[in-house]
Structures are given as structure tokens and as C-alpha cells.
Design a protein around this ligand. Sequence first.
Ligand code: A2P
Length: 328
Amino acid sequence: MKPFLFLGLTILVLLALAGCSREADMGQAQLEQTGQTAASAADNIREEFTPQELTESIGAVPEEYFAPSGGPTYDAVLTALKAGYRHIDTAAAYFNEADVGRAVRDSGIPREEIFVTSKLWLQDYGYEAAKKGLDASLEKLGLDYVDLYLLHQPYGDVAGAWKALEEAKAEGKVRSVGVSNMTPKIWKEFVPQFKTLPAVNQVECNPFFQQRELRELLDKDNVKIEAYQPLGHGDSTLLSHPVITKLAEKYGKDAGQIILRFEVQSGLIVLPKSTNPTRIAGNLRIFDFELTGEEMSQIRALDTGKGHHDPEAPGVAEMLLANFRVHD
Ligand code: A2P
């Protein structure tokens, strides 16, 4: 398992997406520079999900990240859907879209009540390739549309791939479009080339790496952050940190629930992963308590400003492309 490839199948809390329907408040300078419209981030997110439904969505992910068919994906997704999760996050590069689609269909839950996210892999960047990549995702998932489709990595012909996603949205193949792994620097390099703003940017984020600069930047445009590895990828230093364990004791919750509550209360969309049915169910029980302002500050103070994956590190794109081929 490569340290920067925490790409697991995830089922997300969509609580924060409720806020996406507000008009984006873009700075005038950026508007003039890009010609993007003030509502473009909001335009890019599916709005039919009610705050209540979004609140009831949270996720679980198999330990095996690149789960082969017959691995833990199908069971984990079905368990999560039965527990009340409604947002499933997968990707072409997780190699488990087929199992996700099968679990969605077998759940018996109407398709329109489930929010499915998938992602285009680097190998399929560029305008024409992206169109084919999306079609391949839909075919593997066995779905007519995805609710959110992301550009998984920010390298290569990102603008061409984005254009294909915007067109797919107009055609109804995707309901919302977004990006992933964009640092502030990478965001500023690519997003001004886009006609519409991404609805979300999915990045590594947890109490040890709170992405403050990125959040400040995206807040201006009402672009939501989706946190992958919200539990620090099960980091025992985080899960056993005295600030966290003390709060867990106070609220009668486990450490993971305290961390997820902190993140959701901070306005993040979180993607906790678990294959353990007890934790899958438990990670949903974070809406029956509230951290105080002082407790939020204590967790905010744990930020180190550093994560495991640095999207700006030299050679990352080449390494990703070389190691992960989603088709011949
Ligand atoms: P498991 O699958 O056995 O539940 P992240 O989402 O940050 O990548 O973290 C995922 C890891 O955290 C998995 O190893 C998962 O293990 C573990 N995990 C999930 N929920 C909890 C929780 N509530 N408390 C502690 N660990 C958890």
C-alpha cells in the first residue's frame, strides 16, 4: 500500500452538501479573469438531497483499497446502505465500481435515494479519453448516471478532462462534477481554466491536517471540501490522543465518533472507512451530540499542517500513472 494512495471505497457524510445550494460568492477579480459565473459551484452540485437525507449519510470503506471482485466491497456497501448510509464513494482506480453498483442495485433502495460518487483516473485525462473513461465507469457501475464525478488527480490535461465532465453533466450522465487532491497552488493553476467551478475538492483532511489554507480559499467560492482519511487512516496517535479520548469519555462515544463529529461540525463532508459492521453503524451516530466552542478549539489546536500525501511532490503523477492502469 503506497502511503499517498489512500483511495479506498468510501461512503460519505453529505451533511455539508446542504450548504452547496447557496450562491457562490466569487471575488470580482476572479470573475473577470475566468468568466465563471457567480453560481457555478452551486450549479455543479446535485441539490435534490434534503439536509435530513444528507445528515443520514456516512461511510465505510474496505481495508483492502483496491478490492478485487468478491472482496469486501460488496458486503461493506450493502451493510452501510442497510445501516442508513446514502452516499457511496468509489473510483475507477479502486477497481471496485462493479461491486459498488451491484450492492446499490441489490440494496432494494430506490436509485434516486442513493448518492453515488466515482472518479476519473489519470490515464483517461484529456477531452476524448475522459468521455470514454466516464462511460466505462457507468458501465462497470451498471448505472445510467453518477451523482458526482471527480477528476481523481490534478495532473496532465486536466482542463480537457474537465470540459468533458461539464458536457457529461449537460447530457445527464453526471449530476455534479468536482475535483480531488488539489492543493491551493494546484487549484489556482487549473480552476481558472474551467468554465464552471468544481462543486467539491476531495482531499486528505483530519484533525492533524486540517487544510486551513485550502478551506479559506474554497470557502470564498462556496466549494465544499470532502475529507478522505478523516480518521487519519486509523492513526492510533490520533485516535488515542488525550484531547480526543477525554471527549469520547464525556460524550459516551468512541474516538472516531468524536473526530467525525468535529469534522462535520466544521462543515466538512467526511468519508470514514470501515469494514466492521459495528463501526459502520457507530460512525452514523454522531448527530445526537454537539461539541462546545471550547472543545472545537481544542481539536483545532491539534493541526500540524501536514498530511501523508503531498500532491505537489515531484514525480507523483508519473508514479501514479505507472502503478495504476485502469485499462490496457
Ligand atoms: P475498520 O475497518 O476495522 O473499522 P480513514 O477513514 O481515516 O482512512 O480510517 C479508516 C480506518 O479507521 C480503518 O482502519 C477503520 O478500521 C478505522 N475506523 C473506522 N471507524 C472507526 C472508529 N469509529 N474508531 C476507530 N477506528 C475506526
